[in-house]
Design a protein around this ligand. Structure first.
Ligand code: APR
Length: 257
């Protein structure tokens, strides 16, 4: 837990110097599949979601990959091809988070559970993909992590070490550790504002981030409907991300101008 910021000495307006504004709090933003829904990508747990069509146990665990790698590769190849669809583009919510990142005077970190590249395409820089990225591959032989846009299969050779048969999607499966957790947890400890956008709050550790912040930081949920953790947040704003996120960013920047 960090020391509270030292109060700045107030100066009398007559001395011509401006009152110093309170330092802007550090912001950590968590996004989930809901932020990409209005760009045309399916979520996971909505009635028309991905897990309504295929079982997690068949395509999103290390055991599934060991049992039937061809099926797992086919699942991720199909989702990777969606990223190549010319019609797919970031929406107003992705763009609003870039505006916030660029305008915010304090610390800023965007943590996404999404493996799509819409935050990257929108221009987010201080970004962590805690569940990995569809547009990257990992070699089990040399552990290289490489950009990857095409299909992948059991015989695909590694561009780095040339070994065949060891390529997997650079996506975190159920039962595996999410990426960059020490960096994420340190940012959560320092932040004064935690915002959760477009996630059902059903998958840990991401669903537990609000617990790490509440009481110390202001916590806000922006979601189409109340998430499983809605009661843990100080404030909840419900509506489609492409509408509520730009409005929230505008309000936040106006509060700190
Ligand atoms: N705007 C805002 N929120 C939306 C929208 C929208 N247009 N459409 C749907 N939502 C909300 C849903 O109400 C739901 O609460 O987005 C949330 C999506 O929840 P999930 O489908 O569970 O997706 P997510 O929370 O990102 O899943 C977390 O689980 O399956 C794993 O690794 C996968 O990263 C994923 C993780």
């Amino acid at each position: 837990m960090t020391e509270p910021p030292r109060p700045r000495p107030l100066r009398h307006p007559a001395d011509g110097r401006r009152h110093r504004r309170a330092a802007a709090p550090g912001i950590v933003i968590l996004t989930g599949a809901g932020i990409s829904r209005e760009s045309g990508l399916a979520t996971f747990r909505d009635p028309d979601g991905i897990w309504a069509r295929v079982r997690i146990e068949d395509v999103a665990t290390p055991e599934a990959f060991a049992r039937d790698p061809a099926r797992v590769h086919a699942f991720y190849n199909a989702r990777r091809r969606q990223l190549a669809d010319a019609a797919l583009a970031p929406n107003a919510a992705h763009r609003a988070l870039v505006e916030l990142e660029r305008a915010w005077p304090g610390e800023f970190l965007l943590v996404t559970q999404n493996v799509d590249d819409l935050h990257d395409r929108a221009g987010s820089a201080r970004l962590i993909h805690m569940h990995g990225e569809l547009a990257k591959a990992r070699c089990l032989r040399c552990e290289a992590v490489l950009p990857w846009t095409g299909d992948m299969g059991g015989a695909t050779p590694c561009p780095a070490c040339a070994a065949a048969g060891g390529m997997r999607p650079h996506v975190v499966w159920f039962g595996e550790m999410p990426l960059a957790m020490p960096q994420i947890e340190a940012a959560l400890e320092r932040c004064g504002l935690f915002v959760s956008i477009g996630t059902s709050g059903q998958v840990y550790p991401a669903a537990g981030f609000v617990m790490q912040c509440r009481g110390r930081a202001r916590t806000v949920e922006l979601n189409l409907e109340p998430s499983a953790g809605a009661s843990l947040f100080d404030e909840a704003i419900h509506g489609p991300a492409a509408t509520v996120v730009p409005a929230f960013v505008a309000r936040l920047l106006a509060e700190h101008r």
